[in-house]
Design a protein around this ligand. Structure first.
Ligand code: OTU
Length: 619
């Protein structure tokens, strides 16, 4: 059917004043959308009718988009690289830990502004499953705020206040699975065939066993296997994560249409960025690990085309914790854009490897494997997050020297669980085998030695290591996101051990409640939280003044630095030097530079003390 038929279904819903703009956006994105969806679902007899209905539903969501957000759309469509600025800074927190509830988060807006934050990722706040819910990652309703955290009206008020403060709200959009008490799951359990088809349900173990031959495991200890028997279904549901998180079946076009509409309804509440959770897992294929499949990318590109039509001010962020070589695909290309932002989990993990090994070999390899990006797309850099630091993404880089990557990464994991006289206090995640590496948990401060520090000198070293990792995230060329508590050097939280539903999941070590006492000391540099906060805030300020540090400004790895160091040039005029080792390192500067932190001129051979970092601009 001709393009016009589908575009008309969308346009028909709109008022006269909206139609010209919508028509322009459709001309640009509708052919792409149709091609992608035809590739995924075109074989179905009812494809044209389905697509027509999808377009009509997009039209209704277009019409419902508040004027204020439409204005933001127009502004951002005119300036699509707005989020690449060196003035963009992210902050990530759980609502309940940071502010108690959504209104409590609003109270902290001045604190965020003072730190220079312009992007706030609040971890899941939609109505979760009753009981265990994986920190909110098991969603029962995409249309309701978790009553424990507030109401939909509170969310609307928060997005409005954040917008005024110049802060974009980012929400998780958990599109791979829903909770087993989501309306679709309940209907499926009650015998509704249409609802059952929203999921991957198998009557017996035949297909699950065939898939299992090549599938990996995300939670091998607490949730082994990828399928769960559900009595009420009299069958096996695909459950990549916990048994109560049912994977959605994107081979069913109804799933795509429903989820796209759910995302846009949230966008119309003022959410400006969506963290697309577990994007790697969206499409299943026998004989593979069912990750990073071409169809997963087509689905994301289709979602992007929809956003570009209805809400072009909105950003999509891919959470795909996959090897470096699989990452660029999540950002798509100029011809087929996908997400705007993708977590660079390899860079994050490699920073920690460099600390553990006092050698930047793996980190350099990751940087070499990080390609230049299409315009208006970038990496998300971070020191750590609410999940574990996953080591397996580094398998390729960790064996680039010909060695055994599993043994090497297992050594790193042991280091961060505190073995072998290490300064770190953390926990290995999801592996009982000391020779296997899965992930490591712990707050940055605890993993860098603050919690184990006894002397002033040890505390100072821990602080240097924390700043070093933050310096990497801030200067790499990305959208950096701080993780709540790190800016105050908060340590591990062991309270999860007393909560039976969390005790098995050591990711809760790094999900503490915001520490009001440390916060009060944030200006007092004689305290650890104050020293951390002020030093970090200074780096943020320096970064904001240098367009050489903008996300996609040029970056080059300098090869003349010793193995324990990383030297990154950001164009001709900016240089960051980082010592990841406990030994002093030297670096011969060419020409005269200015140390942006100490505000003094530097030239000749520079000595970097253990874990020291310099941000230099050319004089
Ligand atoms: C994501 O993460 C979330 O960040 C986790 O908090 C959730 O538990 C999970 O999805 C399920 O919703 O593999 O790429 O190894 O890195 O669970 C998606 C732990 C993921 C996480 C992993 C994960």
């Amino acid at each position: 059917m001709p393009s016009k038929v589908f575009s008309d279904r969308l346009l028909a819903v709109l008022s006269d004043d909206l139609r010209p703009q919508a028509a322009r956006r459709l001309a640009a994105a509708e052919p792409v959308l149709r091609r992608l969806l035809a590739g995924l679902y075109g074989e179905r007899a009812d494809f044209d009718a389905w697509l027509g209905d999808l377009m009509a539903s997009l039209g209704a969501l277009y019409a419902a988009r508040p004027a204020e957000l439409r204005a933001l759309d127009a502004q951002r469509a005119a300036q699509p690289e707005w989020f690449l600025s060196q003035r963009m800074l992210g902050y990530c927190a759980y609502v309940q830990n940071f502010g108690g509830d959504l209104n409590g988060v609003a109270v902290r807006i001045p604190y965020l502004r003072e730190l220079g934050v312009s992007y706030l990722h609040l971890l899941p706040f939609l109505r979760p499953r009753e009981g265990e819910n994986d920190g909110g990652f098991a969603v029962s309703s995409f249309d309701e705020v978790d009553p424990a955290l507030g109401s939909n009206a509170d969310l609307d008020a928060l997005t409005a206040q954040l917008r005024v403060a110049g802060i974009s709200l980012c929400s998780d959009f958990i599109l791979n699975h829903v909770a087993d008490d989501h309306a679709w799951a309940l209907a499926a359990k009650a015998g509704d065939a249409g609802a059952r088809a929203m999921f991957h349900v198998f009557p017996d173990r035949d297909m699950p066993d065939r898939y299992e031959r090549t599938l990996g495991q995300v939670f091998p200890q607490v949730a082994p296997g990828n399928f769960s028997f559900v009595e009420a279904l009299d069958g096996w549901a695909w459950t990549t994560f916990y048994p109560y998180q049912w994977d959605l079946n994107y081979a069913n076009p109804a799933v795509f249409a429903e989820m796209a509409a759910a995302l846009l309804r949230l966008a119309n509440r003022g959410i400006e960025v969506f963290r697309l959770d577990s994007t790697a897992f969206l499409w299943k294929r026998e004989g593979t690990n069912s990750m990073n499949q071409p169809e997963a990318h087509q689905l994301l590109q289709a979602l992007r085309a929809i956003v570009d039509i209805v809400a072009p001010g909105v950003l999509l962020k891919a959470e795909a914790i996959v090897p470096t070589r699989e990452l660029p695909a999540y950002l798509g290309s100029a011809a087929a854009p996908e997400c705007h932002i993708a977590y660079h989990s390899s860079l994050m993990a490699a920073g920690w490897v460099a600390l553990a090994e006092q050698d930047t070999g793996v980190l350099r390899e990751v940087i070499r494997n990080t390609p230049a990006l299409p315009a208006a797309a970038t990496w998300l850099s971070y020191v750590r997050c609410h999940d574990d630091i996953g080591w397996n993404v580094l398998r390729a880089e960790a064996s680039a020297d010909g060695g055994d990557s599993a043994a090497r990464l297992a050594r790193v994991a042991r280091f961060f669980s505190g073995a072998e006289g290490s300064y770190a206090i953390g926990a290995a995640f999801q592996s009982t085998d000391p020779n296997a590496a899965h992930g490591s948990n712990g707050m940055a401060a605890s993993l860098t030695g603050l919690q184990s520090a006894v002397t002033e000198e040890e505390r100072a070293l821990a602080l240097s290591r924390m700043l070093l990792l933050h310096g990497l995230a801030l200067s790499f060329g990305a959208l950096p996101v701080l993780y709540m508590g790190d800016e105050l050097a908060m340590e591990n939280d062991y309270s999860y051990l007393h909560r039976p539903q969390h005790a098995m999941d050591s990711r809760w070590l790094q999900r503490p409640v915001f520490d009001q006492q440390r916060w009060k000391h944030r200006y007092d540099v004689s305290t650890v939280p104050g020293a951390m906060h002020q030093a970090l805030a200074k780096l943020v300020r320096i970064r904001s003044r240098h367009d050489a540090l903008a996300a996609n400004a040029p970056r080059a790895l300098l090869t003349d630095a010793p193995d324990g160091m990383l030297a990154l040039a950001r164009g001709e005029r900016f240089l960051t030097l980082m010592n990841f080792s406990g030994q002093a390192q030297t670096y011969a500067l060419q020409g005269v530079w200015r140390d942006c932190v100490a505000e003094q001129a530097m030239s000749g051979t520079l000595v970097l003390e253990p874990y020291a970092m310099y941000w230099l601009e050319r004089e």
